[in-house]
Design a protein around this ligand. Structure first.
Ligand code: C2O
Ligand code: CU
Length: 572
């Protein structure tokens, strides 16, 4: 009964809300971010303003513009250079979500870009054709900087994709669809971590429509929201075909009428508009179909709920994301959907070197903490100077993510794409089959994936894994890992172990090798950002003595003659 009443109230508020937003802004054509091609990209991160309501200027951030960022077109095998200039009056970072790059190029919290500075990672594109994205990632500012507008799509193309008959003309039959909801205070300033994200936008266009030709059309859908999940489908209930997951094309297309998309996830779908010229319908969110625990559902939590959550009329509601008007077909239109796509070869479970478990858990005990946090991973919170996992290069690993909270968390890992092997004891759904870098872990459930840590080793600079609910990430629901090449580590074998002493160090630290060293050998000390630091040291027979007085508290890596030797911590 109570549930029924609540539902009725919900329906009425949803209706009123939709009338109000409809008046707030009449329909606008969907903005299509400009497409940039390399090999050199100039990305100016800047502040500006955007009118989400007519006549009201809201301060926003963007790349080469007022809000959002250009779509970057990359080709597999191409050598690119991305010059990211920070014109904000605060530091930022830029992470290439889903791309397989060296840790120093990854744009995590350790690659901070100071005000006025330019960061210029260069790398070879190694990913398969697919839809990726880029956004800031650091210093507890991810949610604010993404919410204020810094987010862009990355399209990777390759030969396998080019060999298929697929729509691929950007803005003509191949469209970026960046779904976001945002929260505003009474002065129409963007605010975060409120659960009051009541404004829906696609490509930062409120109440958008798209004129799409009567043929097979490709939508690249990114959930770029801070915390809301969507269950997408169409108002006319037509089926559509999923062709790609986060990390590229699937083996077989999957026909369905609904797909779930958690924050950070991407999917590519084909919609068949061949027979629909002159018709209009909507890409919808079917929020009423999301189960308890997922932000976006009618309810989150059983014993406690999030403050402000129940008042948000979007929760549990079905609403339009993007109206689609079907227009005349283009010349050379694609009119069919391929029956198979590319080869997807996950690793073999019998080749697994290590299994790791990641517990998603509240850091404090209490019913409210089960939904509100603060949350940690394996009972610790993110620390810039700690490396949580050290992974040998070329390891094939199974990670099991166990959610011990009452809220669903989208777990994301950098560096790799993974393949899901187990969803709480069951096989992954067809829509989850393919390369992934984000997986939504339901309350009190576990998921397992298999992956391989290849090509890039760096004993100093870590990669991240974290919850992609951005305020959870900012609050510390994140860990770090380094990938280390065992062949570049001197003397780190079982019977030849090097242990710095005392560790953590105050003043002098000793590193003892069981080989005699010459006093002329070079010792280098690096911080977690990979910067070489000047320290005094001396070598006597098999002992290295390092004076740590000049080093701030933190974690450091030592190299002997250019090879990684060991790690130590300074704590004064
Ligand atoms: Cu989309 Cu670690 O981020
Ligand atoms: Cu989370």
């Amino acid at each position: 009964m109570i549930h029924e009443l609540k539902k009725m109230k919900q329906t009425i508020t949803t209706f009123l809300f939709m009338v109000v937003t409809a008046y707030a802004k009449s329909q606008s054509p969907l903005a299509i971010p400009p497409l940039l091609e390399g090999p050199v990209f100039d990305l100016q991160v800047q502040a500006g303003t955007t009118q989400f309501w007519p006549g009201i200027n809201t301060p926003t951030y963007g790349v080469n513009g007022n809000i959002l960022a250009p779509t970057l077109l990359l080709h597999k095998g191409e050598e690119v250079e991305l010059n990211v200039t920070n014109n904000l009056s605060t530091s930022t970072t830029m992470h290439w979500h889903g791309l397989h790059v060296a840790a120093a190029n990854d744009g995590g919290p350790h690659q901070s870009i100071a005000e006025g500075a330019t960061w210029s990672p260069q790398f070879t594109v190694m990913n398969n054709a697919g839809t990726y994205w880029y956004h800031p990632h650091g210093e507890n500012k991810t949610d604010l900087q993404v919410s204020k507008g810094i987010a862009g799509m990355i399209i990777v193309k390759d030969d396998a994709e080019a060999a298929l008959e697929l729509p691929r003309s950007y803005g003509l039959d191949d469209f970026p669809v960046v779904i976001q909801t945002k929260s505003f205070d009474v002065l129409h300033q963007i605010q975060i971590a409120t659960h009051a994200d009541t404004l829906v936008m696609v490509n930062a266009t409120v109440n958008p429509y798209l004129d799409a030709p009567a043929q097979v059309v490709r939508l690249r859908v990114l959930n770029g929201s801070s915390e809301r999940s969507f269950k997408i489908g169409f108002s006319n209930n037509m089926t559509f075909t999923q062709i790609a997951t986060d990390g590229g094309l699937k083996a077989t297309p999957y026909e369905t009428s609904r797909l779930m998309l958690a924050p950070g996830e991407r999917t590519e779908i084909l919609i068949n508009l061949n027979e629909l010229q002159g018709e209009s319908f909507s890409l919808m969110n079917f929020g009423s179909e999301l189960p308890n625990g997922i932000i976006g559902a009618q309810t989150v939590g059983t014993m406690a709920t999030l403050p402000g959550y129940d008042e948000n009329p979007l929760n549990g509601a079905n609403f339009s994301l993007l109206q689609i008007n079907v227009t005349a077909p283009t010349t050379n239109a694609i009119t069919t959907i391929p029956s198979s796509l590319v080869e997807v070869l996950p690793w073999n479970q019998s080749d697994v070197n290590v299994e790791r478990t990641m517990l998603l858990s509240p850091m404090e005990m209490g019913m409210a903490n089960m939904v509100e946090g603060p949350f940690g991973i394996n009972n610790v919170q993110f620390n810039m100077d700690v490396v949580n996992e050290i992974i040998p290069l070329n390891n094939i690993e199974i990670w099991t993510i166990t959610n011990q909270t009452q809220i669903a968390h989208p777990f994301h890992i950098h560096d790799v794409q993974f393949y899901l092997i187990d969803i709480n004891g069951a096989s992954p759904l067809p829509e989850q089959q393919g390369w992934k870098d984000v997986v939504l872990v339901m309350p009190m459930q576990s998921v397992s994936f298999i992956t391989k840590f290849e090509h890039f080793a760096d004993p100093i600079t870590p990669y991240m894994y974290h919850c992609h609910l951005l305020h959870h990430e900012d609050e510390g629901m994140m860990g770090s890992f380094t990938v280390v090449d065992p062949n570049s580590i001197t003397n780190l074998t079982e019977d030849n172990l090097i242990l710095p002493f005392p560790n953590p160090a105050q003043g002098v630290i000793n590193i003892t090798s069981n080989q005699r060293l010459s006093p002329s050998e070079t010792i280098e000390i690096y911080n977690t950002e990979g910067k070489l630091l000047m320290v005094e040291y001396s070598i006597l027979e098999n002992n290295i003595e390092i004076n740590t007085d000049a080093l701030p508290n933190g974690c450091y890596a030592t190299k002997l003659n250019g090879k990684f030797l060991t790690r130590f911590i300074v704590q004064k």
